[in-house]
Ligand binder design. Structure first.
Ligand code: LLP
Length: 422
């Protein structure tokens, strides 16, 4: 993992000694590397060098304001999926003209909000949404820029919960309905057709599904334009996987060299090309630090109980996802044992890692790796556990970018019942 290394037995992210951060800010603590994010972005930038291209960071992966700032300053656009994400990304200083809005359930209020902000494009996911968006835009005296998200019906070979480009997924407009949907979009007075988009899933580690989806999208570009409807941009979505456990996804630049060869071959090389990567930009740029609270040996299993839990890092519980877990201090004299690493929450699904060999004692710190994407962002306050603090490191500089939430923050919006009459 880039920028994560042991120096004299102590785990560092860039030049920051993680044990120092755990001591100073407490645990659980998310730590992100700015350089690792920029390196991941650079692979895409190399892939699109010399092209008219926009990299729209899918901010759902990690929407912390400081992370958004890093990408906004590096020239990224953003893929948003809610009015909340729009507000966030604007608060981080992004240019709304670089924002695309995806999602199957945009409300009228969110549509108005995005139109008034002046976003680049709505990635429309159904015929019903198209009608509503046109009406909302017309009422504002505007024309909404739209792209139709096509469902190319390819299997991304990933976990079923994060596969999105299959016929029976709720996403996008079915391949055979795409032409009719574009014809309708071109007729509607509140719309302005801009482009086409697709997204086939997440944590994709093979190039074949990308190549197949690309062929289908390019076929559709041709068919749509044959109807006299011009498409200024082609958006290929996100989905590129990262290495969690010896996974070998293609590098972004190598993958795009192959995909762009197809685009060129079909004569679309001059279009504005867009992508929406999330995980591959941030996933391996973050770790979650946690303290070992108790060791609980058992007949069947040994448990290593830590202070981070499924509310902080839900991916193992939700997808049985694997995240490597390593000690901050390599030089422990504790004996190696096989543990299930579990959190304090009252559910058996509250685990972070299973059957891990660790040499630890209570009070030691561990780092859960590959925790930059879909970890903090999917966190909750279940069991009234306050959200973890977040730190961004930049060389030896350390910025606290999210204070640890307080318990009163958690119930701030709640109201007590009136006093009982006696
Ligand atoms: N564009 C659209 C329309 C999407 O729905 C997504 C992710 C992306 C882009 C970014 O995909 P990425 O490059 O990050 O793979 N919570 C799950 C992942 C859900 C992905 C949802 N959509 C997880 O933790 O694995």
């Amino acid at each position: 993992r880039p920028h994560l290394h042991y120096r004299s037995g102590a785990l560092h992210l860039e030049d920051a000694r993680l044990a120092d951060l755990a001591r100073e800010y407490g645990t659980p603590l998310y730590v992100y590397s700015r350089a690792a994010m920029l390196d991941a972005l650079a692979a895409y930038q190399r892939g699109f060098a010399g092209r008219r291209a926009r990299i729209c960071y899918a901010m759902k992966a990690n929407s912390s304001l400081a992370v958004l700032q890093v990408f906004a300053r590096a020239g990224c656009g953003f893929d948003i999926v809610s009015g909340g994400e729009l507000q966030r990304v604007l608060a981080a200083g992004a240019d709304p003209a670089t924002v695309v809005f995806s999602g199957v359930g945009k409300t009228r209020g969110e549509m108005r909000q995005a139109l008034q902000a002046g976003i680049a494009c709505f990635n429309v996911e159904s015929e019903a949404e198209l009608e509503v968006l046109s009406a909302v835009a017309q009422a504002l005296g505007m024309r909404a820029p739209v792209s139709i998200r096509v469902n190319p019906n390819v299997d991304a070979h990933t976990h079923p919960y994060i596969s999105t480009g299959l016929k029976d997924n709720k996403f996008g407009v079915a391949h055979e309905r795409v032409l009719a949907t574009y014809r309708r979009a071109a007729q509607l007075p509140g719309l302005q057709v801009k482009g086409i988009d697709c997204h086939i899933g997440s944590q994709i580690t093979e190039e074949t599904p990308y190549l197949d989806a690309m062929d289908k999208v390019l076929d559709l570009v041709q068919a749509v334009e044959a109807q006299g409807i011009a498409l200024e941009h082609i958006d290929f979505g996100g989905g590129l996987g990262i290495d969690y456990q010896g996974d070998t996804p293609p590098a972004a630049d190598a993958l795009w060299a192959k995909l762009l060869a197809r685009v060129d071959q079909r004569g679309y090389g001059q279009r504005l090309l867009m992508v929406e990567p999330g995980r591959s930009l941030v996933g391996n740029a973050g770790v979650c630090l946690t303290e070992v609270l108790y060791l609980k040996p058992g007949e069947q299993k040994n448990f290593c109980i830590v202070d981070a839990a499924m509310n902080d890092l839900p991916r193992p519980m939700m997808y049985e996802a694997y995240h490597a877990i390593v000690p901050l201090d390599q030089a422990s004299s504790a004996p190696h044992q096989t543990y299930d690493v579990v959190g304090p929450i009252c559910e058996s699904g509250d685990w972070l890692g299973r059957e891990r060999s660790l040499a630890v004692r209570p009070g030691d710190w561990l780092a859960v790796l590959s925790a930059g994407a879909y970890c903090s962002a999917m966190g909750s306050t279940y069991n009234t556990r306050a959200r973890a603090a977040e730190v961004l490191v930049d060389g030896a500089q350390v910025h606290l970018v999210r204070e640890r939430e307080s318990v009163s923050d958690i119930f701030r919006c709640e109201r007590l019942l009136p006093a009982e009459k006696i």
